[in-house]
Design a protein around this ligand. Sequence first.
Ligand SMILES: *[C@@H]1O[C@H](CO)[C@@H](O)[C@H](O)[C@H]1NC(C)=O
Ligand SMILES: *[C@@H]1O[C@H](CO)[C@@H](O)[C@H](O)[C@H]1NC(C)=O
Ligand SMILES: *[C@@H]1O[C@H](CO)[C@@H](O)[C@H](O)[C@H]1NC(C)=O
Ligand SMILES: *[C@@H]1O[C@H](CO)[C@@H](O)[C@H](O)[C@H]1NC(C)=O
Length: 507
Amino acid sequence: MLSFLILGAVVAPLQAIASQQLYLDGERLPQEFIYGCATSAYQIEGAWNVDGKLPSIWDQFVHDNATNDITYGATGDVADDFYHLYTQDLPLFRKALGVGTYDFTIAWTRIMPAGRGTAQPERRGCLISARCIIGTYRNHYKTSTAGKFQYARIIFSAYNRAGSWLSPNVVDDFRAYARAVFQALGNDCSHWVTMNEPRTFCTEGFGSAPDNAPGVVGTYKDQYTCMHHALLAHAAAVDEFRQGGYKGQIGIKVDGGVSLPLDPSSPADVAAAARAMDFEVGWDAAPLYTGDYPPAVIASGAPPANFTPEQKKLLKGSVDFIGLDFYTSQWVTPTQNCTPSSDTFPECTDTFQQNPNTLIDIGRPTASDWNFDAPHATIYGGIKYFAEHYNATNILISETGMGVVNETNFPLAQVLEDVDRIAWYRGVMKAMKQALDEGLPLVGFIPWSCIDNFEWTDGYNVRFGLINVAYNASGQGSQKRNPKLSGAYLRGVLTQGNPINPFNFQA
Ligand SMILES: *[C@@H]1O[C@H](CO)[C@@H](O)[C@H](O)[C@H]1NC(C)=O
Ligand SMILES: *[C@@H]1O[C@H](CO)[C@@H](O)[C@H](O)[C@H]1NC(C)=O
Ligand SMILES: *[C@@H]1O[C@H](CO)[C@@H](O)[C@H](O)[C@H]1NC(C)=O
Ligand SMILES: *[C@@H]1O[C@H](CO)[C@@H](O)[C@H](O)[C@H]1NC(C)=O
């Protein structure tokens, strides 16, 4: 008995630090399973120009384009003022949502304001904001941390707008930036994510009609140049991490959702779906597993260069885990008579979220025109695709979530009783359960987002938060935080062992 107690005294704190017990549909999840919530620096921090920070490409883009391109001309200058409120927010996330992991981004422009050169950790606000967040986090979350540093923090906009991810310099600069972050914080997080959704920042920031930062107008070829550099920068950061012998795991977050054949009995549509997966998902994921782009992407001639043997070696196996930021799905058919002047070139597939023959949507519509609630296809299908196609292990659903239609116009009581969002997460839970029941390697779930925030070009008019912020659709208001019922639902299912389908659900 005594020895048991002594053992208990040693083990108990370790267990408390290792992880909380999580559940899905009343069944215990493995100890290593991660349940967190996600945010990103630009979308929540505000404090855009304090403590030595210089403008990021998002600061620049929003300041130039908010009036025309962002709903109600909103900006992220204040956002959730998280830079000043994090000591209250982090405990609130834990309490309201039950999360044991916090997934956040470190702003490049706070760490290395000029985007290159020496990091300035002594300068207030450089490494300090990340360090304080981690410190506060550790006081409140007795479990692992997830941190990530991401694309939106690249600074070249301030000096070299035309270059950005199109300049090969980004690879060495990213390596230097990663080194600075790891030297300061490398052992403080259990999971590191090098980049967030390179497909989205390359396709929406570049090309013929970009609508995200840095908004550099060019051709589709630029999107491939951006991705080529992003992949090499990712591999360089992973190389720094592994050579430095830091604790923890390193990976990446990819997006793209799942493409399905419009007519499953049509071989052409089936081939189009496979091609769409290669171009939307394999474009960034395949090199991490095989060392090279999918054959269809190489054959299109779109990438700016072949990877060298050394680059392939660095890329292959460059993830300990993969995060899927999977929200939605689409049907596809081949583009008829696809030529280099076609809008869809070189992918050459047409996508639909409403079936043109039956007028049926692929899932329930949400406040975002791109986002439909189709969890079986998207969540279960996404996990299965990675497991089968890339033999991926350690798969996380690292983002999913929805904006409720008209949420910003509802009275507060109705906003907080977000049954539409609960329905979304109920579908996600069922899809994750099916994946786990079939033995697929799902190891974590990180919904988007902990809290309402600046939703890019939708400003504050579309909300993905599990916690409401009392500002209006242009971001003005008291900043008071109000937990939504969806957060209590997730807390109940994942940390208290509630069933996925609650009979009499209450907060
Ligand atoms: C953003 O503003 C800049 C500067 O006014 C302009 O050149 C660019 O075309 C705008 N971008 C978009 C996507 O509207
Ligand atoms: C996945 O594993 C199978 C069976 O071992 C193998 O044939 C295939 O090449 C692997 N695929 C990848 C992308 O590693
Ligand atoms: C959203 O609000 C608009 C404008 O008030 C209204 O026309 C529309 O029906 C509403 N949609 C839903 C789903 O409530
Ligand atoms: C938000 O509130 C501010 C201050 O009351 C007001 O000027 C602005 O028009 C409001 N925005 C919207 C979209 O209602």
